[in-house]
Design a protein. Sequence first.
Lengths: 291, 346
Amino acid sequence: MSMAAEERSTRAPWALTAPALMLFVGVLLIPLAMTVMLSFHDWGQYKGIEPVFILKNWHEIATDPYYAEMFWRTFRIAILTTLLTALLGAPEAYILNRMSGRWKSFFLLVILGPLLISVVARTLGWALLFGGNNGLVNKLLMSLGAIRSPIPFMFTETGMVVALAHVMMPFMVLSVWAALQRLDPQIENAAMSLGAGPVTIIRRIIMPQIMPGVLSGAIIVFSLSASAFATPAIIGGRRLKVAATLAYDEFLNTLNWPLGAAVATLLLVALVLIVVGSNALIERRYAEVFR
Amino acid sequence: MAYLELDRVAKQFGAQTVVDDFSLAVGKGEFISFLGPSGCGKTTTLQMIAGFLDPTRGAIRLEDKDLTAIHPAKRGLGIVFQSYALFPHMTAAENVAFGLEMRSVPRTERAERVRAALAMVGLAGYEDRHPRRMSGGQQQRVALARALVIKPSVLLLDEPLSNLDAKLREEMQIELRQIQRTIGTTTILVTHDQNEAMSLSDRIVVMSQGKIEQIGTPQETYEKPASAFVSQFLGKTNDFAGTIDRTSAPARLVAGAWSTPAPAGLSGPVTVSIRPERIGFGDAGLGATIVTRIFQGNHWLFQCDSECGPAIVIRQNDGTAQPAEGERVRLTWRPEDMSVRARAGA
């Protein structure tokens, strides 16, 4: 190959990806860099934002236990949501995969349902079921004498986990389902012919093979839950803040943009570290299944 | 006495009958092939023996015990699947050990048997490999070892060699036959490959559209095909339309300008089948012209245009001169090499 042709062949991919690359840089990288820079700026009630380089915001986040508690709550909710979706979603995907054609597509739609409904309608629906004394489920349980006081839902972490798990479920189910699709259709028969019972087949044959699917679903659910805004905002309100709602409040209520930027940056960095770290772990652990 | 017995087994899916009236007695240590085109019900029959499907009618007995009443996990059959269905998250040794674990074989004995099984299929030293890091042939051997290590009463092979390339398939055929002979496990092979069925089996069950066409040794099914389907499916054959004329005595079998004394029994329109390698070129016989002549090393393949339609002839390359393309020839064969059947629909 001649020099000119070689040069052209390395230049062509860059030229072809340039439009997308520029869009990516313009709408993602630059705002992100600006947010990080913003987190080092100063802010005062009357002076507003001062473009200086100080560690005031980061120092405040590191020392004030309020932020530690809030981040801990954010990740606790995300972990519980992830566990709940994994525990319900993996069996759900397995059952879905065993259904025959028509039922399969119907129930797939049911599972995708939460994504099609507006977050406000969906969350308020949960509130109608559990919200205070007037919640349908609470009313029913109380009139049956099963509980004395209504199960609290609004402004609780339980409420957030339940509502988040509801909307995150499709990601888990689809992820596990994709893993199930890769299973040899005869694998259960093979295990059965060797003398394995149904429980052993699930535990020894199916589970290890869909585990990568469960874990990649868990990564998606965890990162989306930890950075979720709408559901925690409606259920937690101003009382029970998570990282995303706190950053929002700093930006739009307190107008302390630099502090909000610091919270947002920390959330992003923590999430990237967790996701990249666990992904590397999964890929190493399940190298044989992925290959 | 029959070891494994299928008694008028039938399987229906809705209104569709996939297997019908399937009766077969398999002797202990016998190697049986179910041979037929796809959709003939051979795999369905195998799955009924394995227990993955329940027969709609009929009985399956193993040593006089009703097999259909036993859960598939308790039947103790060894199965090799077309896709091998190895457990990808386990090593070769773990795959082979799985069946023994399910039988609670003690650890030391288990390790010994796994090692022996892998050595038997020529995979000594591959214990710690994962299936995805093995070639198709190696995976196939692991699947075979996994099925055999549990000392199955019957070994079921569902098109086990169809995913291998031609050369490897031939090697595996020989090996499979040797292993089966050595350990003497009763084996049922499902295949659509007539060469595979013929080279491996003691007996072949030729199936078509859910029904048994013929049960016989490879030689029987090849040389005395019970139906047009069998003769077409097992190797190449020439079918000529003819008529048996019983109006004149002695009765004659007439095909075009060619005729011969008629075999006993039949009359009216018939089909005459002759294997291409049993046809020779002679001075008298069915007139034909050589259309193409193909040299294939150890034999010649002729495509002829005969008075009764196209015909193929195979001649051994024994060094004698062969007719050229376009030459007029006469096709001859011994009366015992031709099979005559009543022609359907005429």
